[in-house]
Design a protein around this ligand. Structure first.
Ligand code: ADP
Ligand code: MG
Length: 460
């Protein structure tokens, strides 16, 4: 058994929040880093994706947080909006019992005006992407003079994305007396240099690093020419009918193109890239996680840190640029002892990459035959679930229970036909088994939810 959270001297409110979340044992990186972090030391922590790094730095920060002080006390930098939001959500959950803690996300790709007014109202913690945080500092709309905890999450990714200059200029605005923490999935050389610049004799702790999962079944498909790439992917999807498949592309442009092309074939597909508006990203992710979209097209950066379980297939639409990235991509499937499956498409000039991987995995990867073309004549498969969106949410006082109540009422559908329900400010998303979608929408239209007529529509 791993060490327990109760063995740490955490505030009662945090222990209670952990208990509510069902977390009792620490993950290895938490057990390694928290004792150091709680003494206030600077720490560089490295552990593979999904190892619970967010919780480690959130606890260390919240342990010291003063709810009665309306100044920004914690600054967390993350590489993408997606990750910043994910971190902010987790911090909010943990902070629930500490009082009215305000956690703001400050990310690029969103209008800056509303962020400025939110900041004027005060916040305890800011989670942001480096570029936008820097912009606020230059404008004078962000006061970091009271920050006691500075966190760089997914530091390796931020360096890859060229955020180093922004991070350096942000650090200048921070008080000298602070705790700095750096969390990363890998530990490239430049991290060490960076850590020396921002940190005071940091302790290095390591959790589980990404290991080669040799249990994952891997197939490699040679392409005689690039034109065959798209149909080979289609054939693989039609043959294996994955419920949740991530298709990796090397560039944003490619993800956009592939997304449109796959959509035209009738597959239920979503995409993640940096140009999506926040609502769109959330919607894409939600549809993938609730199993109403079977394919997610993404770049490595967009998929980084996404916490989605149960991926049954990974496709490398193009070979990853290096073996480590391949291991990372493929490691998204076959989690928790489940069977994993990965397919990689490669051009003739990339045979050397397959050889490299054969050596790395100590396994002979022979070329696999393309599935039969006749599969293309069959109708595409449909996911089990469909997402229905309604135009009412938290602001209209709608809770998941109200939606279930309406759906399962007279002439409604059985509760077994209802999947995940996500209630947001002004809308809610309901996953419904395909067979029950029509009666469900009829019922939602016929009834009132919280005394209000609502509109319901299926998302495609
Ligand atoms: P990382 O940042 O290391 O990639 P996350 O912090 O996103 O990983 O954590 C991955 C998942 O593990 C999250 O769903 C998180 O809630 C969960 N988790 C974190 N710590 C624990 C724990 N001690 N016990 C059980 N689940 C945990
Ligand atoms: Mg993380």
């Amino acid at each position: 058994m791993n060490p327990l959270f109760t063995q740490l001297s955490l505030r009662a409110e945090l222990l209670s929040a952990l208990k509510k979340a069902g977390f009792s044992q620490m993950t290895p990186i938490q057990a390694e880093s928290l004792p150091e972090l709680l003494t206030g030391k600077d720490v560089v922590a490295q552990a593979k994706t999904g190892s619970g790094k967010t919780l480690a730095f959130s606890l260390a920060m919240l342990q010291q947080l003063d709810a009665s002080n309306q100044q920004i006390q914690g600054l967390i930098l993350a590489p993408t909006r997606e990750l910043a939001n994910q971190v902010a959500e987790e911090v909010r959950k943990l902070a629930k019992e500490l009082g009215n803690i305000k956690v703001l996300t400050i990310c690029g790709g969103e209008p800056i005006g509303p962020q400025i007014s939110s900041l004027e109202h005060g916040a305890h913690i800011v989670v942001g992407t480096p570029g936008r945080v820097e912009e606020h500092l230059f404008k004078g709309t962000l006061d970091l003079t009271q920050v006691s905890h500075f966190i760089l999450d997914e530091a390796d990714q931020m360096l890859d994305m060229g955020f180093i200059d922004a991070i350096e200029s942000i650090a200048v605005y921070l008080p000298e007396a602070r705790q700095t923490m750096m969390f990363s999935a890998t530990y490239p050389k430049d991290i060490e240099q960076v850590s020396q610049r921002f940190m005071q004799t940091p302790t290095l702790v390591k959790g589980e690093t990404e290991t080669l999962n040799r249990q994952i079944k891997q197939q490699f498909f040679p392409l005689k020419n690039n034109k065959l790439r798209f149909n080979t992917l289609r054939l693989l999807l039609l043959q294996h009918k994955p419920e949740s498949c991530i298709v990796f592309c090397n560039t944003k442009v490619e993800t956009k193109k592939l997304f449109t092309e796959l959509q035209q074939t009738g597959l239920q597909v979503v995409v993640l890239h940096g140009d999506l508006a926040q609502v769109e990203r959330q919607r894409m992710l939600l549809r993938f996680a609730n199993k109403s979209a079977s394919v997610l097209v993404a770049t490595d950066v967009a998929a980084r840190g996404l916490d989605i379980e149960d991926i049954d297939m990974v496709v490398n639409y193009h070979m990853a640029l290096d073996p480590q990235t391949h291991v990372h991509r493929v490691g998204r499937t076959g989690r928790g002892g489940k069977k994993g499956f990965a397919c990689s498409l490669y051009g003739e000039n990339e045979t050397f990459k397959v050889k490299q991987l054969s050596e790395l995995y100590e396994r002979e990867f022979n070329p696999s035959p393309t599935p039969p073309l006749s599969l293309l004549d069959k109708p595409v498969y449909k996911p089990r679930m469909v997402t229905v969106m309604i135009d009412a949410g938290k602001k209209q006082k709608v809770r998941a229970g109200d939606i279930v109540g309406c759906l399962t009422g007279e002439n409604g559908i059985g509760s077994a036909h209802i999947g995940t329900i996500t209630v947001q400010d002004n809308q809610a998303y309901i996953a419904i088994y395909r067979d029950a979608v029509k009666p469900a929408i009829r019922k939602l239209h016929a009834d009132k939810v919280k005394g209000k007529r609502i509109k319901a529509k299926r998302l495609v």
